[in-house]
Design a protein around this ligand. Structure first.
Ligand code: FDA
Length: 453
């Protein structure tokens, strides 16, 4: 058993934990980062599968994500645009495919009007919200008492308009069914990205990728920390409460420190034994946050065949197993890659069948967008974060109905020497790498202030 003394022990080597560790080091504090997995990056993971480089976790960067963009510049990483030339496709509830350009799906005029009205209303409500304080929205309580599905149903009878608007938050972002989260939670998602319109605009929210993969961010941040990052060391116990600091007990390493940062998703806090137990408020609050669930599907072909048909690769349908898909061809690669997403109940359903049948169903869905050639990729891979012990879902955690208004204001408060940081707690950049970096910076600044006091 290695025993170490540090100013700060950081639990989790994702973007949040590694950002905090570097900021603390820069301020002259000593750190140790304990990571459960045998790699750094958490929900950022770039790997080569059957000869294809795949972004198994997070990958896209949008223009408003200043904290991530600064970090990329600091680390000397380059970005490139997601391929977007040509037509997008939309499949309606009858299975009819229509090509389109722009952001609004090709729907009948009355449905289009209903969608535009809903987008305007949601933009107006999101503009009234500070994403760092959603509970201060003038109608916070009322908006947190109604599910997003019910709120949409109160506003229009047009089912297709409701399905499409729900898609941008439910399937595409929180990866939970629209009846499972509140309208306040939906607005936080929109406000955290600048507006609801930004979520509708794939060219904004999915603008750029990083040459060589986004996992380079945590890899390079960890490199700067050298021997202070310990892999394969899940923290099992955190002792605190004697007024002198914390002791983090991981497999083979114990770190005694003045402060701890829990830089892991909140659904995993109960995996750690806190001695003494965390206070009542945290016990309650943490039970109201849960992970969404999405399968990220990667299909690599000998060439980007859809481009030959004048298609951008961008595809949407709330009626398909795969509700959205994009051209995800790597920088400089001659092969073509599609990335598709299967969310919440669709993901539950396809995990109830064999791997072979799941693949067949998902590729069948892709063929509805791109034609029969989509059924024959040379490489096929499903990112299954639900089965990852140290994440347990994707993309991130969100509150259940009513939880955000009830507990949001308490979520980031430290408990004695224990501080909390991860993308799931962010305001701006919520659920994104940008938010993880912001939370890492914020918590480091609080500890630096406290350490100097
Ligand atoms: P993260 O979960 O990454 O890190 C926490 C770390 O703590 C993990 O390494 C974990 O192993 C470790 N840990 C847990 N328990 C522990 C314990 N007891 N002891 C020690 N270590 C422990 N974002 C974006 O900006 N653009 C995008 O395109 C996408 N797309 C996307 C796709 C998919 C499939 C996923 C899963 C996620 C995304 N995201 C994304 C979200 C983004 O990846 C995510 O928000 C951040 O990477 C989260 O970083 P954190 O550091 O907050 O947590």
């Amino acid at each position: 058993m290695v025993e170490l003394n540090r100013d700060v022990v950081i639990v989790g080597a994702g973007a949040a934990g590694l950002t905090a560790a570097n900021a603390l080091r820069k301020a002259g504090l000593s750190v140790a980062v304990l990571e459960a997995r045998d790699r750094v990056g958490g929900r950022l993971w770039t790997d080569v599968i059957d000869g294809a480089m795949l972004e198994i976790g997070g990958q896209w960067v949008s223009p408003d994500q200043d904290a991530l963009i600064d970090t990329l510049a600091d680390l000397g990483l380059e970005t490139y645009d997601r391929y977007r030339e040509g037509d997008s496709v939309y499949v309606d509830q009858t299975g009819r495919l229509t090509r389109f350009t722009g952001e609004i799906f090709p729907v009948p005029p009355a449905t289009e009007k209903a969608m535009v009205d809903l987008i305007d209303t949601l933009d107006g409500l999101a503009a009234q919200m500070d994403p760092d304080r959603p509970w201060e929205h003038p109608d916070a309580e009322a908006l947190d008492r109604i599910s997003f599905e019910a709120w949409l149903a109160e506003r229009t009878d047009d089912q297709e308009a409701r399905d499409n608007i729900a898609l941008f938050i439910a399937g595409a972002m929180l990866t939970k069914p629209a009846h499972a989260f509140s309208t306040l939670q939906a607005l936080l998602m929109a406000a955290s990205a600048g507006s609801f319109s930004h979520l509708v605009d794939a060219d904004f929210i999915l603008d750029k990728r990083v040459v060589g993969g986004l996992q380079q961010v945590p890899l390079l941040l960890a490199e700067r920390l050298g021997d202070d990052v310990f892999l394969g060391r899940p923290v099992r116990t955190l002792e605190w409460g004697d007024g002198t600091g914390v002791t983090a007990i991981a497999d083979d390493v114990t770190v005694r420190a003045r402060f701890a940062i829990l830089a892991l998703a909140p659904n995993l806090y109960p995996r750690i034994s806190f001695v003494p137990a965390l206070p009542r408020l945290q016990h309650q609050m943490h039970q109201h946050l849960s992970m969404g669930f999405v399968i990220k599907v990667h299909a690599v072909y000998d060439r980007p065949f859809w481009r030959e048909q004048g298609l951008s690769g961008t595809a949407f349908s709330p009626y398909e197993i795969s509700h959205e898909a994009y051209d995800n061809t790597n920088h400089g690669d001659e092969r073509g890659t599609l990335v598709a997403f299967v969310s919440d109940r669709n993901a539950d359903d396809v995990f109830r069948v064999s791997a072979g049948e799941r693949k067949e169903r998902i590729l069948e869905s892709l063929s509805h967008y791109y034609g029969p050639e989509a059924k024959n990729p040379v490489v096929y891979y499903e990112s299954d974060w639900g089965s990852e012990e140290w994440t347990r879902g994707a993309y991130a955690a969100s509150f259940d109905l009513g939880g955000l208004h009830r507990y949001g204001a308490d979520l980031r408060d430290p408990v004695g020497p224990i501080h909390f940081a991860c993308s799931d707690l962010a305001g701006a950049g919520y659920q994104h790498v940008d938010g993880a970096i912001r939370m890492g910076r914020l918590v480091a600044s609080h500890i630096i202030e406290e350490a100097r006091a």
